[in-house]
Design a protein around this ligand. Structure first.
Ligand SMILES: [Zn+2]
Length: 179
């Protein structure tokens, strides 16, 4: 079960489905414990069962294939270490980006952006996330022309390097976050 101590770093190497706490290796998911070649892992089989709707995650936009964005969950996140080893990309559908109609994901999110999202549901083996609500959305964005981090000036995003103006579904604390 998540949080259970399954071994120590002296004896084993922590594999997928585990996380380190000091020298202790703990399970980050519920599932079967395997110890192959000294590498401890918790099998993914039941991993999705431990993914709880409502959990807040930080992720990076890995790809945009209209009408969805694929989000990888980052190991550094706010409060919940259980998703540190989440193996799959999460799905963010255009309809879950913000209140109101989103025609193109690319109008609201771009590859490389860092987002705060909430687990909406687990369906057909896919983890669906949402960025609806003021606290959710892009917390760091990068210029699509020169990749420089965008700054928020007077309510609009612009690139301090090349002056490009861009649009995102922003979280209310854009760039006040340490990541
Ligand atoms: Zn730029």
């Amino acid at each position: 079960m998540p949080g259970d101590a399954v071994g120590t770093e002296e004896e084993f190497i922590g594999g997928s489905g585990t996380y380190m706490e000091g020298e202790q290796i703990r399970a980050s998911a519920s599932g079967e414990l395997n110890d192959k070649d000294r590498a401890l892992s918790v099998s993914r089989r039941n991993m999705l069962a431990s993914v709880k709707p409502g959990t807040i995650v930080l992720g990076r936009v890995e790809n945009v294939v209209e009408p969805i964005a694929l989000i990888s969950v980052l190991p550094q996140q706010e409060g919940n270490i259980r998703f540190a080893m989440l193996p799959d990309n999460c799905v963010l559908h255009a309809s879950r980006i913000k209140d109101g109609f989103v025609k193109n994901v690319r109008d609201e999110l771009r590859i490389g952006d860092i987002v705060r999202a909430k687990i909406a549901e687990v369906r057909n083996g896919e983890i669906h996330v949402s960025t609806e609500g003021a606290e959710f959305g892009v917390i760091k964005a990068f210029c699509i022309k020169c990749r420089h981090a965008l700054t928020l000036v007077g309510g609009s995003l612009s690139c301090p390097e090349c002056g490009n103006k861009e649009n995102r579904k922003l979280a209310s604390d854009y760039r006040n976050v340490n990541i």
